[in-house]
Design a protein. Structure first.
Length: 86
């Protein structure tokens, strides 16, 4: 993830960046400003903590903090269930 993109853990951020434990945005330095919304985690939500245990003011964190990256295979129709046309 690039500068100021929402993150859950530092491993998601691009090289040279980390997930700010207060904003939960990818930054290169603790002095980097980012646009809103931010997570506003107090106390800070470090990578070593389970995100679900963090206290953050933004109600979207952590469950709606990022766009979904995967979909369930169960919702994909299977071609095998369609009978061949005679």
């Amino acid at each position: 993830l690039g500068q100021c993109e929402p993150c859950l853990k530092s491993e998601q951020c691009a090289a040279g960046k980390y997930c700010c434990p207060y904003m939960k945005k990818c930054v290169a330095s603790s002095s980097d400003p980012c646009y809103y919304p931010i997570a506003q985690c107090v106390p800070m939500c470090y990578d070593s903590r389970d995100n679900s245990q963090c206290r953050c003011s933004n109600p979207d964190f952590p469950d709606k903090w990022q766009f979904p990256t995967c979909t369930s295979m169960a919702t994909t129709p299977s071609m095998a269930t369609t009978p061949p046309v005679a």
